[in-house]
Design a protein around this ligand. Structure first.
Ligand SMILES: [Zn+2]
Ligand SMILES: [Zn+2]
Length: 259
């Protein structure tokens, strides 16, 4: 178990309980950017690759602040990977010189190139993460185009679903790979907010364990993230009742998944 993923932000919103979605894969790469500034501070200067799951604010917000705070310390372009529509949303609605500067048009002060660059990816394609690990985008079902990611290293993989109301493609990935050690799955709302979960395309504990049924009997660790902090106590109680034989861990900021 020498591979690890560090949870920088475990929640589905920023609050006094913790940060929103971000996962540190290695010193240079993260999945999502909801919480980079506080946990990484100046180490965020080393982040070169952000793999986005989708365009929602709780997954992108801290790109704005690490670029701003460490503008003169960065020596390399921040490469932003995501589905084409995710990148288009960032260009149009976020880094657009209205909400925040268009850093793709601002040169690095202490390096070559621009502060950020955009790199479209496709679901089902495998991309190199570093010398010994790969990352593959997996189609998910959310209110905007979205994907999860499978991270594979030394013939072991972990899947991070991010925001979704379906695990269909995730289950296909798990059955194809046969080496998935853990699933990091979202669970945003309590059971009595099923209508809200449906409309916003998230899971409640009941929806989640129903969606996991095709994988029952497989030895996969289940890690829960993206809980809306206000409902945490209720969601955790419901997970305890509904989890059946699944080995479930509720993630907190700073937790490490070793695989
Ligand atoms: Zn979210
Ligand atoms: Zn979302």
């Amino acid at each position: 178990m020498k591979n690890k993923i560090t949870i920088l932000g475990a929640y589905g919103a920023k609050s006094d309980k913790g940060g929103s979605s971000a996962f540190l894969l290695n010193n240079e790469s993260v999945i999502d950017a909801g919480n980079l500034l506080v946990p990484l501070s100046q180490k965020s200067v080393d982040i070169e690759n952000v793999w986005l799951t989708h365009s929602h604010l709780d997954h992108i917000s801290d790109m704005a602040f690490i670029l701003d705070n460490y503008h003169d310390k960065r020596t390399k372009t921040l490469k932003i990977y995501g589905l084409n529509s995710t990148l288009e949303a960032l260009k149009k609605h976020f880094f657009n010189h209205v909400i925040w500067p268009d850093f793709s048009a601002i040169p690095l002060v202490n390096g070559k190139g621009m502060c950020i660059s955009y790199h479209p990816i496709e679901c089902g394609k495998v991309y190199g993460l570093d010398a010994s690990s790969t990352i593959e985008a997996i189609d998910t079902d959310h209110t905007v185009p979205s994907c999860g990611y499978g991270i594979e290293k030394d013939d072991s993989s972990v899947v991070i679903t991010a925001d979704t109301h379906s695990l269909t493609s995730v289950i296909e990935y798990v059955n194809r790979k046969q080496n998935v050690y853990a699933l990091v799955v979202e669970c945003s709302f309590p059971v009595n907010m099923a209508d809200m979960a449906k409309i916003s395309k998230h899971f409640t504990p009941a929806y989640l364990f129903d969606a996991l049924k095709p994988l029952e009997g497989q030895e996969i660790q289940i890690y829960i993230n993206h809980i809306k902090p206000e409902y945490k106590t209720q969601i955790c109680q419901e997970i305890e009742v509904l989890k059946g034989s699944w080995d479930v861990t509720i993630l907190e900021d700073g937790d490490i998944i070793r695989f």
